[in-house]
Design a protein around this ligand. Sequence first.
Ligand SMILES: [Zn+2]
Length: 508
Amino acid sequence: MLPAGMRMNRLLCSVSLAGIVMTATSAPAPPPSLQPDLLIVNAIVRTLDDARPVTQAVAIRGNRILGVGSDAEVRALAGPAPRILDALGRLVLPGFNDAHVHFLGGGFQLAAIDLRDARTPSEFVERIERFASRLPPGGWVTGGDWDHELWPGSPLPHRKMIDAVTGAVPVFVNRLDGHMALANSAALERAGVSRNTPDPAGGIIVRDPQTGEPTGLLKDSAMTLVSRVIPSPSIEQRLGAARAATAHAARLGVTSVQDMSANEDLGVYQELDRRGELNTRIYGFWPLPQWEKVVALGVRAGFGHDRLRFGGLKGFSDGSLGSTTAWFFDPYNDAPETRGLASDEMLPEGLMRTRVERADAANLQVAIHAIGDRANHEILSIFEHVATTHDPRDRRLRIEHAQHLRPQDIARFGRSRIVASMQPYHCADDGRWAEKRIGPERARTTYAFRSLLEHGAVLAFGSDWTVAPLDPLLGIAAAVTRRTLDGKHPDGWVPEEKISVEQAVRAY
Ligand SMILES: [Zn+2]
């Protein structure tokens, strides 16, 4: 774990890293426009800049780092009356960049029901009852992030567990991976989902094996059957959620995020920025299936300004391990009837490839979710094709999660400069039960942080908030120790894939 002094990085919340490294020679006093208004002194400043990795002090003006150096060097830069902050010998790091968040959803979660740590089905039911009883009329119980893997015997929840305590209040609460959700009967009724509703492509309506009635559980694309009838929040509610998210990020030292589901939220962030309340730099993505709209606009990756930019397009190639919808070459060990599922964006065959090619040709950055080894293999092949046949440029094609890789696929990331955008906290979390699902052999190249780095890959770390907590220190600890949340792997789950604190910080 990191020293407690790491809290100091919160001071750098609105500071850009594009600073200059000062030389040791004493220079004449800088002109007023280059005089710092804040000095951080008496710190251990780890710059992550190989030219001068550790220094003592930082000089800041507005949102720019003017320089780093010794206390004396930095004080020599000071104008008439800078604020001086004595770090008391603690650690100062550049602000963290979280490469994969669902930012506004995170803000809503801060105000929504929390089922993440409901450790038994009865605790799950009680919390839903309490929340539903306090809702204003017309409200829905949504969010939740429940995890049945915490429950004794891991039984999946059923609408009958909550119908009696929620009555006419519709409930639609998701599993923490976002690939499965439970609706109560009131919600199913509003959505018109019954035993006669067919499974949509890329999704499953879980049914009682005897009666054929829906149990209330909906997987992947089937979740939209209910989510589409939930009334959308007002603009003020959305601004409130964005405000909560940016405050939460600032407290954790997260100064910039890459929002995988920015979509229509870009306007909310723009309004928050106009009000002077946006304290996080946001790089937003749009859904890949809507690529034509973005191409028609003529917008390219990086459109925007310092605080709010448009990044590119995000697609899906499979589901998740927790919902047995991650797409593998071989069957699941604990569900031999399935190898998981290619997402509906992969069908018909060739569609994903066409979309990626067109988006890349329009200078848009492409990020694709891939969890299972088959999904990763397929997306790597598409990306390699683009990287070798399209004009060379800094395109930063990225695979989101890159969770389970066949050993022979690991080197492909570094070779074709494909970014592995990974969320190390998932390793601490899924590591509790992943092996029963995929077996020990496949587990050896799961969350393969170290192997990826050794093969020259760029690792971009993030949290996947709200799937996992936003706090980067938890992610760093997970990558460094590979301890699982249940304490069953004190020396690390697949310890060969541990990385150093510095490597993990760099990936953030
Ligand atoms: Zn995500």
